[in-house]
Design a protein. Sequence first.
Length: 307
Amino acid sequence: MNSEVISQIDKNTSAKILLNESLKKHTTYGVGGNADLIIPSNKIDLKNIMKIASDYDEKITILGSGSNVLISDKGIKGITVSLKGALDQVKVNGGKLYAECGARLGKVVKESIKYDLIGLENLVGVPGTLGGALIMNAGAWGGEISQYLKSVEVIIDNEIQNLDSSDIEFSYRNSSFTKNTILLSANFELQKSNISEIKKNLIKAQDGRKNTQPLNKRSAGSLFKNPDGNSAGKLIDEAGLKGLSIGDAKISTKHANFLINDGKATSKDMLKLIKKVRNTVQEKFNVLLELEVKLIGFDKNELGGLS
Ligand SMILES: Cc1cc2nc3c(=O)[nH]c(=O)nc-3n(C[C@H](O)[C@H](O)[C@H](O)COP(=O)(O)OP(=O)(O)OC[C@H]3O[C@@H](n4cnc5c(N)ncnc54)[C@H](O)[C@@H]3O)c2cc1C
């Protein structure tokens, strides 16, 4: 990153600056090269960082917990802002839940349950921050984070703005937030319910996850989205690809739609394996799988049609 940008951020904010930081520590896959990582201490810091970056025409990448990203071995150019552990307030008032976007989704779910509020408990066990969950429209066991959303506070064009949930389109693991939108906080409206009903949903989600997913391995959850009316895991399994590996990158034997880092995998090997799986499924079933995991820092020529 431009040293003048660093010095401006250092001078004008109280953000933590980690130069040439390994991103292996900041992603659940545990792969990826280095980046200049900035951790803001509050919203105003974040707004100032955005302004400095735009004044110097510096590219910004936002990371939550890095639980849905595959980052190149070459790392990320420009500024990488990490919100994990930053901006993490959660407050409940009646049925209204307010949370900042760096808060762990697990903390948001826990608070909702503490106040007997129903609706978010299906998301128990989804790692990551609230911001990442909203960008991805994270969902599990029939629930999606967008379901009870009322509004989102964002930075767009260096200004803090509020968006009503009706201004945002959400679909299966997708949202209409533009690339340059930074999510700061969100408001949800939830209903009070019987705690035994909430616990029933909670246990179903926890057990389902434990029984079907390789939770002791480094992954980013589902690799591909399920195609309409089909299951990506089933197609990969039926193509005979369970357990396939390139280096330490491996298709889980427990769940075929989980790509895992089984040791010291590189992003290069992870990407090679993704392409191999996608091509094989297309050849066998004529279905082109779409990635759920976001690829960051790769050159266009490395991606070969992936995005
Ligand atoms: C074991 C395991 C199980 C999983 N199970 C599920 C599941 O059941 N359902 C599901 O939906 N997902 C699941 N996931 C995937 C992942 O946890 C979710 O997508 C999660 O919501 C991503 O949040 P994050 O903070 O880690 O986002 P990151 O991976 O850090 O980022 C994801 C995207 O969001 C952007 N982003 C993050 N925060 C912000 C922000 N504040 N403003 C703007 N952009 C931002 C990033 O730039 C990136 O494009 C699982 C992952 C793992 C490892």
